[in-house]
Design a protein around this ligand. Structure first.
Ligand code: CP
Ligand code: NVA
Length: 307
């Protein structure tokens, strides 16, 4: 079953195919692509809040000729304790694919094991592979190549883990500035280094930003960590991506953020709403184009782009 659950272990070739297909889908809009999802139904199961992932997949499925059904956590029997495996079995009989945003990685794996149809990872607590494809496409559009110098400023969270997977695939140079206690999973870091990526973890955001072409950040408290927000705000004081931090980056540096953002916490309003942050809005748009390529990979085993 060609699920799309992680970037771990994917080759640079596969990721490049996905990026090429995404760019082709983007060029094909608004005239559209062959409706190869016609007659197919995709369930979007969102146990956590979502704007970009949910709407990006809804529009992508629609534009490919298919039909998307959205189930939110609170609006389904999952919230009342129906086991994921039972939900998976039933949705797999109705639908041809499932996009799943959930909490524990075990819930995602259980959905994939029992659905009998392709399952796409839409952000559990551990990874966010769909997001990173949009990030990479945006970097390629703005800087011409994904082979640039990256700085991650903030928590070693789900998005950072998927960035480490991408760094492993492409052999990228990525410096992460994370406070003590908020480093990414050391096994993921070790795997990325073993695969040839150049990964450094530092405490000082300025050290990470020095010479970087991309300053990438994310919220300090992810969904499900709301009770830690106050403690995290203290730990992350000084981890603001602002114009001062950009003085240390390369002259062509761009900011990236998966959104939603908190202006004045992890990113300054002057960056998010200014020229350095312009790429962030392309990054958000690119969610939808990359979703089409991901759907094609999961449904057909290859991402070729619009016919
Ligand atoms: N970046 C992202 O995944 O956004 P949503 O939470 O709005 O889907
Ligand atoms: N790290 C964030 C990403 C949201 C798109 C979270 O998990 O809430």
């Amino acid at each position: 079953m060609p699920h799309f659950l992680t970037l771990a272990g994917l080759s640079a070739r596969t990721l490049t195919e996905l990026l090429d297909a995404s760019a082709a889908y983007k060029r094909a809009r608004p005239h559209g692509a062959a409706p190869w999802l016609a007659g197919k139904h995709v369930a979007l199961v969102m146990e956590k809040a979502s704007t970009r992932t949910r709407v990006g997949f809804e529009v992508a499925v629609h534009e490919l000729g298919g039909h998307a059904t959205v189930i939110t956590g609170s609006g389904s029997q999952l919230a009342r304790g129906e086991p994921v495996e039972d939900t998976a079995r039933v949705l797999g009989r109705f639908c041809h694919g499932i996009v799943f945003r959930t909490f524990g990685d075990d819930r995602l794996q259980t959905m994939a094991t029992h659905a009998g149809v392709p399952v796409i990872n839409a952000l559990p607590d551990r990874e966010h592979p769909c997001q990173i494809l949009a990030d990479l496409l945006t970097v390629r559009e703005h800087l011409g190549t994904v082979d640039v110098r990256y700085a991650w400023i903030g928590a070693g969270n789900n998005v950072a883990v998927s960035w480490l997977h991408a760094a492993a695939a492409f052999g990228l140079t990525l410096t992460l500035a994370c406070p003590d206690g908020y480093h990414p999973d050391p096994d993921v870091v070790a795997d990325a280094r073993a695969a040839g990526a150049s990964i450094e973890i530092v405490a000082d955001p300025v050290a990470a930003a020095r010479g970087a072409d991309v300053l990438r950040t994310d919220v300090w408290a992810s969904m499900g960590q709301e009770e830690e927000a106050r403690a995290r705000a203290q730990a992350f004081a000084g981890y603001l991506v602002d114009d001062g931090l950009f003085l240390h980056a390369s002259g062509r540096a761009i900011a990236l953020h998966c959104l939603p953002a908190h202006r004045g916490e992890e990113i300054a309003a002057s960056v998010l709403d200014g020229p350095r942050g312009a790429a962030i809005w392309d990054q958000a748009e690119n969610r939808m184009h990359t979703h089409k390529a991901i759907l094609e990979l999961a449904f057909t085993g290859g991402a070729r782009g619009p016919a």
